[in-house]
Design a protein around this ligand. Structure first.
Ligand SMILES: C[S@@+](CC[C@H](N)C(=O)[O-])C[C@H]1O[C@@H](n2cnc3c(N)ncnc32)[C@H](O)[C@@H]1O
Length: 285
């Protein structure tokens, strides 16, 4: 069915975004307008709100409604071993580099409900690296992080996840890592013990540690060029020379002000290495 026509006027949207930033310190002014309009329009229809002026009123007077709106305008779609070829490349080309470190720190920026974090933890376990790794999962939305912490995923998705796992080069069976309770799969404590989930907003928060690998996949597509540059600066500050940055299939740092700080590790899978490492003879972008 075709989506009903968008009812949002540009000036009204700008006013709403500025008010949200002022009142709640959640700044969406540098997000792609097309996606924001689509998502806000959906909320107008779902909640039967007649106008953006009315939505504006509800946002400013009801913090719970604001929290609901934030969840609705950020896209949380994710899956385990999303793009298996990417995870396969991590195993083949990135793990040997990580294996040289005595202790490994990994940051999943914009991790949503955590499927990407669990996927990587499983592959690290199989490479015998998990026991010296900490995986940090961050997102601006506290609700998705609650779900990530629980380690519970719906059984309906397990068939696809198992196929993705095998295509990623998994060496055992995905079912070795979870137990099923009713319609939920609970992933093992051994994996969860190596994970830290916390709220972090890429628009406004600072770097909080140094990492050997940063994954920020399918997040930057929603940001304008200036905000992407801010986030790349944040990542550059958070990586040592030789540190690795992985983006989503539709994302690149080629047009960013940070591009000269990196060389390609794998062009097809959007994986870069921060320059300055003596151990890697990378190619300039
Ligand atoms: C489409 S999901 C990507 C999940 C996972 N990385 C993947 O590729 O499957 C995008 C996530 O980015 C988060 N996000 C959006 N803006 C953010 C921001 N400013 N700071 C941190 N996370 C953000 C959203 O809440 C959402 O959970």
């Amino acid at each position: 069915m075709q989506e009903p026509e968008l009812r949002i006027v540009d000036e009204e949207l700008e006013k709403l975004l500025k008010e949200m930033a002022r009142l709640y310190r959640y700044d969406f002014t540098a997000y792609s307008r097309e996606s924001l309009k689509r998502r806000i329009n959906r909320v107008l229809l779902l909640k039967k709100i007649p106008s953006i002026a009315e939505l504006h009123y509800q946002v400013t007077t009801d913090p719970d409604f604001f929290a609901y709106l934030v969840e609705q305008i950020t896209v949380n779609v994710t899956e385990m071993f999303r793009n298996p070829a990417f995870f396969h490349t991590l195993r083949q080309e990135v793990f040997p580099i990580l294996a040289q470190e005595p202790f490994i720190r990994i940051w999943h920026a914009g991790c949503s409900t955590g499927e990407e974090v669990y996927s990587l933890a499983i592959l690290l376990q199989e490479a015998n690296l998990l026991n010296r790794t900490l995986l940090y999962g961050t997102d601006l939305n506290p609700h998705v992080l609650q779900q990530a912490k629980s380690g519970l995923f719906h059984v309906a998705n397990l068939k696809t996840y198992s196929e993705n796992y095998l295509q990623s080069g998994g060496t055992s069976s995905l079912s070795d890592y979870y137990t099923v309770r009713y319609n939920q799969a609970l992933f093992s404590d051994e994996l969860r013990q190596r994970m830290v989930f916390s709220v972090h907003n890429l628009v406004s928060d600072q770097s909080f540690n140094e990492f050997n690998l940063i994954l920020c996949r399918n997040v930057l597509i929603y940001f304008n060029r200036d905000l992407q540059d801010r986030v790349f600066n944040l990542f550059t500050e958070s990586l040592p020379a030789g540190g690795i940055l992985a983006l989503g299939a539709k994302e690149t740092l080629v047009h960013s002000t940070s591009k000269d700080a990196y060389t390609y590790l794998n062009r097809e899978q959007k994986i870069w290495m921060k320059s300055g490492s003596a151990s890697y003879a990378g190619k300039k972008i």
